[in-house]
Design a protein around this ligand. Structure first.
Ligand SMILES: [Zn+2]
Length: 119
C-alpha cells in the first residue's frame, strides 16, 4: 500500500543511520513511542515517551474531573471527602504552618488590600 500522507522514513535518513536505529531497537536500547513516533530510552513496560505520558495523565485527570463535575452526587461526595480531609489534625497543622510563612502572609495581605479597593 502506498499513500502520499505516509511519511517515508528512509528518505529522511541514510541507510547507515537507519541500520543503527534498527540495531538499537533490536538491542532494546531505544524504543518507539506508540502515539508520537519518537524514539526514547528502552524501559520495560514503558510504551509512551515522557511528553506523551504527561499529556495522557493530564487528559485522564481532565476526564475524571469532568465526570465528577457532571454528576451532583459525585460532586457532593467529593466535597464531603475534602471537608473531612481538611479537618484532620495533621492537615490543619500543615495549613497553619503554611499560613505562617512570610511570603504567604504578604501575598494574602496584598490580596485583601486589592479586594478592599475593589469594593
Ligand atoms: Zn510520544
Amino acid at each position: 500500500m502506498k499513500s502520499d500522507d505516509v511519511f517515508d522514513i528512509s528518505k529522511a535518513y541514510s541507510d547507515d543511520e537507519m541500520k543503527r536505529v534498527f540495531l538499537q531497537v533490536q538491542l532494546k536500547e531505544i524504543t518507539l513511542c506508540e502515539t508520537c513516533d519518537v524514539f526514547f530510552k528502552y524501559v520495560p513496560q514503558k510504551r509512551f515517551c515522557d511528553a506523551c505520558n504527561i499529556e495522557r495523565s493530564k487528559a485522564s485527570a481532565k476526564r475524571r474531573n469532568e465526570k465528577v463535575r457532571a454528576c451532583p452526587k459525585l460532586w457532593a461526595k467529593k466535597a464531603k471527602q475534602k471537608r473531612e480531609y481538611d479537618q484532620r489534625p495533621e492537615v490543619k497543622a500543615k495549613k497553619r504552618e503554611y499560613d505562617q510563612r512570610p511570603d504567604v502572609k504578604e501575598r494574602k495581605r496584598r490580596q485583601r488590600k486589592a479586594k478592599k479597593n475593589e469594593d
